[in-house]
Design a protein around this ligand. Structure first.
Ligand code: KIV
Ligand code: ZN
Length: 545
């Protein structure tokens, strides 16, 4: 009998299922940065990727296993279809991790069997134990998932799970792959599994779910009440189609309503013992990191981490909160690591105060990163009287999330207005150290700037997303710009923050181009000269502004 955990295990799949979000593509360095943040957040398991899917995924899983999979770190997990090649790749990529898990899956619903796998139930009952046993030859920690469990005949699901556990699966995962179930149904499915799978006490029940009907988190909470002890989720709820269950929503629901959930985990209702290992104060920062590296902007009204989640607009609410926050706040902004946006530093603040405040905010910068961030802070302090923690976070995100500076923006000037033809002049320093100036007109100032830049940086790409939002309120607020470029089916994102949104737009575009250039540079240096490549003359731009 496996000892059942007395808390909820948080299995984060931002780097695997989250990365399957349309348009998201992270490189190894970006995945490692997110994995480090997840470890700091306190997740129990990081699903780092799908090693057999691509060389990049293999490399990322291996790197995360080596750097983050330390003795006191989280379990590092890799996904594998129920085939020997997939499982072998996962086992090899995971080798450097102190604690590793292979997550193998096969579909079990009749729809998937008939149309996708073209296999019979009998074949599935043979494959599952064979592949779980094979995975066990690489690591003792094996998770088995019955894909599309939400639409699988429960009697067949029980049989599959029993065989998986008998073959050594230590966790059995119940995915609502298409986000079809409703909470009472999903809870009943977990209850049925507990009651009907003969050896279920030898494994931990896990749940995985997509948000097609907006029910993923509600389904999980019902599953927990019925015996699930692991939840698979992603930061900001990113993932395939409408996304996965959002980690921050699950964790805060269990945190804020722990008195309600305690008895389901066999605790006294008034126990103050946390129900997860998550350091909730890291939530906001991790959300921002994932948003800027993936280019997936968080909607303002998103629960927990949206810009409006703690903003009170109506006079009645503001009055109540001032009298007592409990009137309209069920949790404090501080509990997710948001400070109350007070003025923290100004023009006269020195390096030491700056360093100390960043440390208090949880940023650990190298000396070089600190120097760069301090220069940016001083520049900002000249333009903006009141510098808040949010501004500091934007500066640091901007500085530390920049890819290697291959192309560098030296100058950007625009002229626009009504009536006028928006015109931009840019000077960009090339990786060879040459300053190239270019002028272009566009439908708006940002379009003109992007056209001028793409005349210098000749890599064909399509601008698939451009978004700008302000970091704080006020006319002098910094603007954060995220852009996403597509090149040969892959996306490259760039992020920048500045009080001048034209400058932020130019820098974010250059950042994305640098990411793209870093990937394609090997090819260009291998004799495919950029200038001789006819398709590489102009970026194919959609018009941002
Ligand atoms: O949604 C799903 O079914 C999955 C499985 C691979 C667990 O992501
Ligand atoms: Zn999924």
């Amino acid at each position: 009998m496996t000892k059942q955990p007395d808390r909820i295990i948080i299995f984060d799949t931002t780097l695997r299922d989250g990365e399957q979000s349309p348009g998201v593509s992270l490189n190894v360095e970006e995945k490692l940065t997110i994995a480090k943040a997840l470890a700091k957040l306190g997740v129990d398991v990081i699903e780092a990727g799908f090693p057999h899917a691509s060389r990049g995924d293999f490399a990322a899983v291996q790197k995360i296993a080596e750097v983050v999979g330390t003795e006191n770190g989280p379990v590092i997990c890799a996904l594998a279809r129920a085939t020997k090649q997939d499982i072998k790749s996962a086992g090899e990529a995971l080798k450097p991790a102190c604690k590793s898990r292979i997550h193998t899956f096969i579909a079990t619903s009749d729809i998937h069997l008939q149309y996708k796998l073209k296999k019979t139930r009998k074949e599935i009952l043979e494959i599952v134990p064979e592949m779980v046993a094979y995975a066990k030859t690489f690591t003792p920690d094996v998770e088995f998932s019955a894909e599309d469990a939400g639409r699988t005949d429960p009697e067949f699901l029980y049989q599959v799970l029993e065989l998986a556990i008998e073959a050594g699966a230590t966790t059995v995962n119940i995915p609502d792959t298409v986000g079809y179930t409703v909470p009472s149904e999903f809870g009943a499915l977990i209850k049925g599994i507990k009651e009907n799978v003969r050896n279920i006490d030898k494994a931990i029940i896990s749940v995985h779910g997509h948000n097609d009907l907006g029910l993923a988190v509600a389904n999980f909470l019902e599953a927990i009440k019925n015996g699930a002890r692991q939840v698979e989720c992603t930061i900001n709820g990113i993932g395939e189609r409408a996304g996965n269950a959002a980690l921050e929503e699950l964790v805060m629901a269990l945190h804020v309503r722990r008195q309600y959930f305690n008895p389901y985990l066999g605790r006294p209702a008034d126990s103050t013992e946390p129900l997860t290992n998550i350091d909730t104060k890291q939530i906001y920062k991790t959300s921002r990191l994932v948003s800027s590296l993936t280019g997936m902007v968080v909607q303002p009204n998103k629960a927990i981490v949206g810009a409006n989640a703690f903003a009170h607009q109506s006079g009645i609410h503001q009055d109540g909160v001032l009298k007592n926050p409990l009137t309209y706040e069920i949790m404090s902004a501080e509990s997710i690591g948001l400070t109350s946006n007070q003025i923290v530093l100004g023009k006269l603040s020195g390096r030491n105060a700056f360093r100390t405040r960043l440390q208090e905010l949880g940023f650990e910068l190298s000396e070089e990163e600190l120097n760069k961030a301090f220069i940016r802070f001083k520049e900002l302090a000249d333009k903006k009287k009141e510098i808040t923690d949010w501004d500091l976070e934007a500066i640091v995100s901007d500085e530390i999330q920049q890819p290697p500076e291959l192309y560098r923006l030296e100058l950007v000037q625009v002229s626009c207005g009504e009536p006028a033809v928006p015109t931009a002049t840019v000077t960009v320093r090339t990786p060879e150290g040459k300053d190239v100036t270019s002028v272009a007109i566009g439908t708006g100032p940002v379009d003109a700037v992007y056209k001028a830049i793409s005349q210098v940086v000749n890599i064909p790409s399509e601008l698939v997303e451009y978004s700008v939002k302000s970091v704080t309120a006020g006319i002098d607020a910094m603007g954060e710009v995220t852009v996403r470029l597509r090149h040969q089916g892959k996306n490259y994102s760039g992020y920048a923050a500045n009080t001048d949104i034209i400058v932020a737009s130019a820098r974010a575009y250059i950042a994305a181009l640098n990411r793209l250039y870093a990937v394609t540079v090997g090819r260009h240096h291998n004799g495919h000269d950029n200038n001789n490549d006819k398709t590489a003359q102009h970026a194919n731009l959609v018009t941002p502004a």
